[in-house]
Ligand binder design. Structure first.
Ligand code: GLN
Length: 395
């Protein structure tokens, strides 16, 4: 047993179910970006602020004394605004009292869904590459993750491969659309196919839709809006991306009462309730109206094209995303054997941080040729990144 800077290094106290996940890839690469003074296109957070009226409204709520615990499922005006937003975007009217739960970001809603729904050994099907919290929260709940791999350039869903993964232990399919990190937006055909599989095999759909307002090609359609699907679907959304407020950690779930009961069974003991004044701010956000979302989408379309054109010019093979604020590229032209080695070179020598997507795959080798960049950054920052990347040498 050795001591190193006051820390005992040879003892691992982390529970076995979590040991394999290590440090989150986003924390690692943000730390490296800072250390090397690199432009950070790794972790996805905007480098600009959310709407001032939303921020003012949270500020006002604090000054007005909204500083004690919120009700466990969220404050009434926010649940009303969420219900209205869901109805506008899906045509389905959820019950304000029984179907909506405000959570500490969508991340808590994912964890609460897994912990609230899964019995040990229950299986959940996810699409690979997957967001890193999915396997970790399924493991926390004692569940088993099954996966279906999607491949570049369009990362579409192979419905037969999904059916092949279904067993008698399958409880749920976890769908993320628009998809982080690939930018894939589920097509009508994919959604119809998944709906049919859920109905045929009596599965729950868990839909992570946090990038629903960032769609550049096609339309975002919620699985919950398809016939017969609302009753078996949990839809998860948040304020973070749509309002450039990732640090507020305000998310929510929408699901019929029996599924919401399961989510709340976990939520009440995970966080109980989330920040009261920020929930008041969130009400203002959800009342901003269509013009706000139109501008948001146009701004992101501009940023997507600015970065994608720059990356292509530099010689990366760009999988131009239909949605989200991420882009996946193939870096093989630069002769690196792994995405870690390519990203290491980028952050240390070129001064740009990206994310090597290995931790989004069961077998990190499968992501070896890819790198993810985020374009939720101001033009000047994106331009600086492109200018630095132009120093990359072809192999
Ligand atoms: N969602 C963000 C991303 O994909 C990361 C959030 C986090 O750091 N946990 O970059």
């Amino acid at each position: 047993m050795g001591h190193y800077h006051g820390r005992i290094v040879s003892t691992c106290h982390t529970a076995k179910r979590l040991q394999r996940y290590g440090e989150s890839v986003f924390a690692t690469w943000s730390r490296l970006a800072l250390k090397h003074g690199a432009v950070n296109l790794g972790q996805g957070f905007p480098d600009f602020d959310g709407p001032p009226e939303v921020i003012e409204s949270a500020h006002r709520a604090m000054l007005d004394g909204h500083n004690q615990y919120a009700p466990m499922p969220g404050i009434q005006p926010l649940r009303e605004a969420i219900a209205a937003d869901f109805e506008t975007t899906t045509g389905v009217q959820p019950c304000v009292d029984h179907d909506i739960t405000v959570t500490s970001g969508c991340t808590e809603a994912i964890a609460a869904s897994m912990l609230g729904l899964l019995n040990p050994g229950d299986e959940v099907i996810v699409f690979e590459p997957f967001y890193d919290s999915y396997p970790a929260t399924i493991a926390m709940a004692g569940g088993v993750m099954k996966h279906v791999t999607t491949r570049p350039p369009d990362f579409g869903i192979d419905l037969e491969a999904v059916e092949d993964q279904i067993t008698t232990r399958t409880r749920a399919i976890l769908l993320n659309t628009p998809h982080n990190p690939t930018g894939h937006v589920a097509t009508q055909e994919e959604l119809r196919g998944l709906a049919a599989l859920c109905q045929k095999h009596d599965l729950i759909a868990i839909c992570d839709e946090v990038y629903d307002r960032m769609v550049f090609e096609g339309d975002h359609v919620s699985l919950a809006s398809l016939p017969g699907m609302y009753e078996r679907t949990i839809t998860l959304r948040s304020l973070a991306k749509s309002f450039s407020l990732t640090g507020w950690k305000i998310g929510w779930s929408i699901a019929p009462a029996p599924l919401t009961d399961a989510i709340r069974a976990a939520h009440q003991f995970l966080t109980y309730a989330v920040s009261t004044p920020l929930q008041h701010g969130a009400v203002t956000a959800l009342h901003m109206g269509d013009d706000y979302y139109t501008t948001l989408r146009q701004d992101y379309l501009h940023r997507r094209d600015l970065l994608c054109n720059g990356l292509a010019q530099v010689g990366l093979k760009v999988c131009r995303p239909a949605g989200t604020y991420f882009v996946m590229c193939d870096h093989t032209a630069f002769g690196h054997q792994s995405s870690e080695s390519f990203c290491q070179h980028l952050v240390e020598q070129i001064g740009v941080a990206g994310i090597p997507p290995g931790s989004f795959y069961m077998n990190p080798e499968d992501g070896r040729t890819l790198v993810r960049f985020a374009f939720c950054k101001t033009d000047a920052v994106l331009e600086e990144a492109i200018s630095r990347l132009s120093r990359l040498q072809h192999h």
